[in-house]
Ligand binder design. Structure first.
Ligand code: ADP
Length: 290
C-alpha cells in the first residue's frame, strides 16, 4: 500500500521543569528510551491503524539497532528494506518541558548512509506503491531520488531545509507545521494565508499543521480548515509524524486530501495524550470519541 523512506532513531527522553542555559545544569527525570525517528514513526502510525507499510531505511550495529528493529517488527512494519549498517544507530536527545513541549537534538548515525543506490535497488517497489512518504532526516539527494521514483509523494519538510523545486513540484501534499512554514515562507502569518503561500511554492497540494488547532489544507482553488479534537497534551513528540503517517495511509486508500486530513488530525490528537512518539500512537479503537 505505502512505503516510508526515512530515519530510524532511538529517542532518549528526559522531562525537565525548565531547560538549562549555556553553562548551567538542571536535574531532570529518569531517562526513558523510546523507538523513534521520523520515518519509523510514520510507518508505525500507519501500521497500527491497519496499513500494509514497508520502511526503507538503516539501523546501526549497536544495541539500539536491535531494539529499533524489534519495535518495528512488533508493530507489523515490513522490514525487508531495512538494512543493518556498521556504525551507530540514529539517536534523538529530547527534553520535554512542563507544558509537554519538546526540544530535540538528532544525531543521524547510519541514517546518513541511506543512499541513492538504496533507492535504485528498490525502484520497482517504490514505483508500485500507491504513496511514498518522505521526510528530511535522510540525505536530501536520497529523498530527491525517492521522489523521482514514486507514483505519489507525501513529503514532510522536516527538519526544515532548502529543497530543490523539483522535489517541491511532486509533493501531493507538502506537509509542514507552523514553525517550518514560517521558515519556508520568510515569516509567520495567518494560517489560511500561509497554506496558500505554501501552495504557491509549487507542490500539487499543501497541508499546514497547527498543533491543537488542527490543520489547513490548500489545493488549487480551495483552502479547507480542519479543526483538531480537544485533548489534554502530555507529550507532543512525534505528533506531526503520527499525523503524516495516517494521512499518507488514507491517501493510499483513495481518500481525498481533506478527508484524509480530517482523519489524520484525530490520529495526531490521540498521539499527544501519552508520553513518547510511537509509544503514544493510537490503534483504531483509541480514536473513538475523538
Ligand atoms: P509537529 O508535531 O510537527 O510540531 P503539530 O504540532 O502541528 O506538528 O501537530 C500535528 C498534529 O497533531 C496536529 O495537526 C493535530 O492534529 C495534532 N496535535 C498536536 N498537538 C495537539 C494538541 N495539543 N491538541 C490536539 N491535537 C494536537
Amino acid at each position: 500500500e505505502m512505503i516510508v523512506v526515512g530515519s530510524v532513531n532511538a529517542d532518549l527522553v528526559i522531562r525537565v521543569d525548565r531547560r538549562p542555559m549555556p553553562g548551567e545544569t538542571v536535574i531532570g527525570s529518569d531517562l526513558a528510551t523510546y523507538p523513534g525517528g521520523k520515518g519509523a514513526n510514520q510507518a508505525v502510525a500507519a501500521a497500527r491503524l491497519g496499513a500494509r507499510v514497508a520502511l526503507l531505511g538503516r539501523v546501526g550495529s549497536d544495541g539500539n539497532g536491535e531494539f529499533l528493529r524489534k519495535a518495528l517488527s512488533g508493530d507489523g512494519v515490513d522490514l525487508d528494506r531495512l538494512t543493518d549498517t556498521p556504525g551507530p544507530s540514529g539517536v534523538a536527545v529530547i527534553t520535554v518541558g512542563a507544558d509537554g513541549d519538546n526540544s530535540i537534538i538528532v544525531s543521524p548515525g547510519v541514517n546518513a548512509r541511506l543512499s541513492e543506490d538504496d533507492i535504485a535497488a528498490a525502484a520497482d517497489l517504490l514505483a508500485s506503491a500507491r504513496v511514498v512518504s518522505l521526510q528530511l532526516e535522510s540525505p536530501l539527494a536520497t529523498v530527491v531520488a525517492a521522489a523521482r521514483t514514486a507514483a505519489r509523494v507525501v513529503f514532510n519538510l522536516s527538519p526544515p531545509a532548502a529543497v530543490p523545486d523539483e522535489l517541491l513540484a511532486v509533493c501531493d501534499p507538502l506537509v509542514v507545521n507552523e514553525h517550518e512554514a514560517a521558515l519556508l515562507l520568510g515569516g509567520p502569518g495567518e494560517p489560511e494565508q500561509q497554506a496558500r503561500a505554501l501552495l504557491a511554492l509549487g507542490p500539487r497540494s499543501a497541508v499546514l499543521t497547527l498543533g491543537a488547532d488542527g490543520a489547513v489544507v490548500a489545493e488549487p482553488g480551495t483552502v479547507t480548515a480542519v479543526p483538531s479534537p480537544r485533548v489534554e497534551a502530555v507529550d507532543t513528540t512525534g505528533a506531526g509524524d503520527a499525523f503524516t503517517g495516517a494521512l499518507a495511509w488514507r491517501l493510499a486508500r483513495g481518500d481525498g486530501l481533506a478527508d484524509a486530513t480530517a482523519f489524520a488530525v484525530r490520529v495526531g490528537a490521540a498521539s499527544v495524550r501519552a508520553p513518547g512518539a510511537q509509544s503514544s500512537y493510537p490503534y483504531p479503537e483509541d480514536l473513538e470519541g475523538l
